[in-house]
Design a protein around this ligand. Sequence first.
Ligand code: F6R
Length: 355
Amino acid sequence: MEDHNEMLKFYFRWPDAILDAIQRSQELPSLTKPSLLAVIGMGGSAIGGDLLRDLLYNQSDVPIYTCRDYHLPAWVGPNSLVIAVSYSGNTEETLMAFSEAFKRGCKLVAITSGGILGQLCTELKVPIVRIPKGYPPRAALPYLFIPMCVLGERVGLAKGLIDQAKKAAKTLRSMLVSIREKAKRIAKRLVGTIPVIYGFGIFKSVAYRLKTQFNENSKVPSFANWFPALNHDEVVGWEGEEELLEKFSVILIRSQDEPLEIKRRIELTREVALHKVSEILEIWSKGKTPLEQMMSVLLLGEIASICLALLRRVDPLKVRTIDIIKKHMLELQFSEDIRRRLLKLQGRYKVTITL
Ligand code: F6R
């Protein structure tokens, strides 16, 4: 297996990227506590919203919602803080939802490396966390997610998030020494299977994110779910025929801090449901604080998805099918609608946008 893959470099930068992302977020203005926090974005740019929701599940009295669509729900309004996230700044769904948020008078902040979103924000005086160019969006996760944590702390959703992020950088740095070997061991067991990832609590969206990384990096179908929900429906699917189920492997996300009831559900599921799958693996979180634990599972799991790509002799960097669909969507008249909305803003606020 080729070890010097381009993609791995980005992941080895994650500890520095976390610290840099904290630094870049310092420019954000002070904002009052909103009644709702909505994150708009797609794919690798959206996941930070889900991670923040899980992280602050027990702390924030403000609901956190991720909008992965062209349109904002009706209940997002002037008292909402909307974080528009697009690594490229050119994702049509995000631009459309951004223009809706602007029209509704929502408080807006953007996280982007530039593109049309960057240009619009500068013209409309929307505060922006500008992140470095040159990453595949998904590999820039610390840049896309950590500014949300900083903002969450700033607007009073929770305390100590910046501190947790600094600790996460330290924990991830300590993991780098042996991570390649660990990730390779995981990847070897996943070859030829469809990985299914099960999380719980703060690891619900971590599981979903890992599923997307097996899709994008390894080029395999993959699915995710969480405890206790999966014990009430999905688990019955594992009663299926051996020839079908042996095509799957299951990754269980574990933590020393998992509640007793979750621990028992994981054990029971292993015992009564998962005996026909090809492999059952466990990824144990590292560190004490929730953010450290989430980031530690992400880093190991994502590097495993790259190792799986290399074992399968596919390029983890390329996402050909996403690119083809994006290209074709640009040709369709649908993007005209977004263009019209943006030009309307342009007329009102004298913005110059070249589309
Ligand atoms: C590619 C990736 C995708 C993109 C998504 C949105 O690495 O992860 O999921 O993040 O297509 O594009 P951006 O992030 O540029 O708004």
